[in-house]
Structures are given as C-alpha cells and as structure tokens.
Design a protein around this ligand. Structure first.
Ligand SMILES: Nc1ncnc2c1ncn2[C@@H]1O[C@H](COP(=O)(O)OP(=O)(O)OP(=O)(O)O)[C@@H](O)[C@H]1O
Ligand SMILES: [Mg+2]
Length: 240
C-alpha cells in the first residue's frame, strides 16, 4: 500500500467506505484492519497482497455470519430483538447490563446470538461466552475470563492463572474498550462476579447481555433491564 498513488488511494477509500454508514462504523472498521495488520505481521505475514487478501476474506466471512443468522426460520424474534435494542440504546454513556430470562428452551441463547451477530461490529471488541455454568464446572471460570480477554483484545496469548488474577486483568485491560459481551446460561452469582463484576471494568458504551432461567441472580447483580421471554405471547403461540 505504501507505493499506491494518491488518486488510487482516493478510489480505494471511496470503494470501501461507500457501504459503511456513520463515523463510528468507519473508525471501528479502520481500527480492526490496523489490529489485524499488526497481528499478521506478528505471525510473520510480510507480503502486502497476501495481507489484503486475508483482510478481504475475513471481512466477507464476518458479513456472511451477520446475514446467515437471519436466514433461519426464527419465529417471533422481532419483539425480543426490538426490546433488547431499545435497552441497548439507552444511557449510551453508561455501561449497561441487560438480562434475558425465560424457561429452558424458550429461546434465550438463540435471541442472544441474534443480537450479538447484529451488533458485534459496532463495538471495539465482542465476546460470546457459551454455557458459562457448564464451563465453570469443567474448565473453571478463568477459562471464560481468558476467552473474553482474547476476543476483545484480539490477542490469544493472554495468561490467566486464577479467577482472582483474571478479575484483575479484566479490570485493567478492558477499561479502555467498548465491549459487547454475552454471558450465556449463568446459574450462580459468582460467575457474574468473575466475568462482569462491576460496570467500571468496561469503557462507557459497553453492553453486557446475560441469559438466565430466572431473574434472582440478575436482580442480585443489579441488572436493571431484563427481557422476559414468555411463551404465552401471541407471537410464540404461532409456533404451534
Ligand atoms: N424464535 C425461535 N424460532 C424458532 N426456533 C427457535 C426460536 N427460539 C429458539 N428456537 C429453537 O428452540 C431451541 C431452544 O432454544 P435455545 O437453546 O435458545 O433455548 P434456551 O432458552 O437458551 O434454553 P436453555 O435454558 O436450556 O439454555 C433451539 O433449537 C432453537 O433453535
Ligand atoms: Mg441457552
């Protein structure tokens, strides 16, 4: 890219950015490309043409994943997406924790995935932590802390020696990042304390979405916005 003429640079900017709406989206995209470029250099990719091809492949893959989730036949999802988006849009300068509650099989994870895929590119970093309650028993909560740090900071080599250590690293490293995190299937408050203990762990504008079968732990953790998936709504009855 260093040898590109100024008119070619102008054309490149026009072609790439035409389909991106809003300053934030352009900035996020540009910073992602920068991070990706540095990561490639770290892994020894020196050839610019190869680097650009890799960037195009990765961006195309991301765009495909956004579309594919909405290709599925999901019933009555619009109401849930709309309500959660309205929660996400309030208090933009604050960090906000949002709960999704509903009985087993009511679609909490499916809804969280739909929201995550729709919005993840508007944040500095995003992480979907699947089945926290299971992972906490099998690999320990430090493995979920490591996942969030790796996803958000785009760096795989982070070491987390203990949950206590993980909390300290998260608090220090995530404070400058606008984060979208989904903590799926929480069943104990110690999981929230390990993965999203306080709003001041994250930069303002961050959004933490937590799925849980009931609201007790959510309320105890101070989650104000809770979307309830009720199977008795008209939309859900159309599943029959
Ligand atoms: N709106 C929907 N339309 C069609 N299928 C759906 C919808 N929501 C969920 N499903 C399907 O229902 C099943 C259960 O959904 P999901 O795993 O999201 O439930 P859950 O509430 O997270 O359950 P659990 O509490 O056990 O984690 C999945 O197979 C999913 O594809
Ligand atoms: Mg689930």
């Amino acid at each position: 890219m260093a040898s590109t003429t100024s008119s070619a640079v102008k054309c490149f900017k026009h072609d790439v950015f035409l389909s991106f709406r809003g300053e934030d989206t352009r900035e996020n995209f540009a910073s992602l490309v920068l991070v990706f470029g540095r990561a490639c250099k770290d892994y020894g990719v020196q050839d610019e043409a190869k680097l650009i091809r890799k960037i195009v492949e990765t961006v195309s893959q991301e765009l495909r994943s956004v579309n594919s989730i909405f290709d599925e036949k999901l019933v009555g999802m619009d109401h849930g997406i709309g309500e959660i988006e309205s929660f996400i849009g309030t208090d933009l300068d604050d960090v906000c924790m949002i709960g999704i509650k509903g009985i087993g099989g009511s679609g909490k994870t499916t809804l969280a995935i739909a929201i995550f895929e729709k919005l993840k590119n508007s944040f500095d970093g995003a992480s979907f932590v699947d089945k926290v309650c299971v992972v906490s028993k099998t690999s320990g909560l430090q493995s979920s802390q490591k996942q969030i740090l790796s996803d958000v900071l785009y760096h795989q080599g982070i070491r987390v020696h203990s949950v206590y250590d993980g909390k300290a690293i998260m608090k220090k490293r995530l404070a400058s990042r606008k984060v979208l995190a989904v903590l799926d299937d929480i069943d104990h408050i110690n999981q929230l304390e390990a993965l999203a203990c306080a709003c001041n762990w994250f930069k303002s504008g961050s959004r933490i979405i937590i799925t849980k079968r009931d609201e007790l732990v959510l309320v105890a953790h101070g989650v104000k916005w809770i979307h309830n998936i009720s199977l008795l709504t008209g939309e859900a009855l159309s599943l029959q």
